[in-house]
Design a protein around this ligand. Structure first.
Ligand code: A3D
Length: 317
């Protein structure tokens, strides 16, 4: 039986970490593709030379030609510019849509059976474009944003309550913009609602709400917080880990329930747009969109986030 094959399109900050994580977890052989000559070859050689130390049996190869991605099971796209301080994700749309079109054409021609996970920003628009250009079925083209946004929300909750991140479940839905929707009501620590724990900690519902509101705000602005500190680019460790979690769910048929940027066709009252919603991810990619109940406030926030996604995607037409 041959190993699985993972192609990483874009060998920049996220691409390099993705390649290393694929190797450390022995997810399969890796092709790291970039338009810059030498960059993917140098990074994959560097990672490969750590194999005797880290004990992984996978082959990593750098490439500047799409022929090399043939036979890939999963492809993760990070090709495109990242944000700099003062930029919104939407400011990247003109440049990154040209890049995404060429990437999607390359994938369509050379890896027509692959599952695709897009990371390039503005995420919701880029994944839409990728699906349009490849023409792949909706279960095989998805975006990563919700896993990362939810991880950030969960990290802030764990730090605030002084509990292990392993026991926190917190989900963020909607578009990958500043109006994303962290779901307060569903956030829990091993089944205990986070709001109940905050109320116990502070002895006041008002203070608990204040603390939660601050965590929600920090979650929505978390990408920008990292950009502001780095100054030369955006987050790359946590986005890479989040995409690997999705790739692993597909490659190992884990049936994980994760927030995924998936094409909605009527679910949540949205038709024909990619939006972050909980999905079952397994060997068939997005196997099911899970519809959860939203109360009036959550639904209003979700609708407002979706209307921003629609505006952005419609500007591509
Ligand atoms: P960066 O380190 O600049 O890497 C991007 C790579 O893409 C560079 O090495 C480029 O050479 C390469 N590239 C440019 N054009 C092409 C092309 N046509 N074909 C193949 N490769 C090309 O950026 P990064 O890795 O930090 O970020 C990559 C993308 O992910 C950016 O658009 C970010 O905004 C986005 N991002 C998304 C999230 C989400 O949660 C969705 C988080 C963080 C970053």
């Amino acid at each position: 039986m041959s190993r699985k094959k993972i192609a990483l399109i874009g060998g920049g900050q996220i691409g390099g970490v993705l390649a290393q994580l694929c190797a450390l977890r022995e997810l399969g052989d890796v092709v790291l593709f970039d338009v810059v000559e030498g960059l993917p070859q140098g990074k994959t050689l560097d990672i490969s030379e750590a194999a005797p130390v880290d004990n992984f049996d996978v082959c990593l190869k750098g490439a500047n030609s799409y022929e090399e991605i043939a036979g890939s099971n999963v492809i993760i796209i990070t090709a495109g510019l990242p944000r700099k301080p003062g930029m919104s994700r939407d400011d990247l749309i003109a440049t990154n849509s040209k890049i995404m079109t060429s990437v999607a054409e390359g994938i369509k021609k050379h890896a027509p059976d692959a599952f695709i996970i897009c990371i390039s920003n503005p995420l919701d628009a880029m994944v839409t474009l990728c699906q349009k250009v490849t023409g792949f079925p909706k279960n095989r083209v998805m975006g990563m944003a919700g896993v990362l946004d939810s991880a950030r929300f969960a990290a802030f909750i764990a730090w605030e309550l002084g509990v292990s991140v392993k026991d926190v479940t917190a989900m963020v839905m909607g578009g990958h913009g500043d109006d994303m929707v962290p779901l307060i009501r569903y956030a829990n620590v091993f089944g205990i609602p986070v709001m109940a724990l905050l109320e116990k900690k502070y002895g006041s519902a008002t203070k608990a709400k204040e603390v939660m509101d601050a965590m929600v705000k920090r979650t929505a602005g978390a990408g920008g917080e990292v950009v502001g500190l780095l100054k030369t680019g955006s987050a790359f460790y946590s986005p890479a880990s989040s995409a690997i979690c999705m790739a692993e769910a597909i490659l190992r048929d884990q049936k994980r329930v994760l927030p995924v940027c998936a094409l909605l066709e009527g679910e949540y009252g949205v038709d024909g747009y990619y939006v972050g919603v909980p999905c079952i991810l397994g060997a068939n990619g997005v196997e099911k969109i899970v519809e959860i109940d939203l109360d009036e406030t959550e639904q209003a926030l979700f609708n407002s986030s979706v209307s921003h996604v629609k505006e952005l995607v419609d500007s591509l037409k």
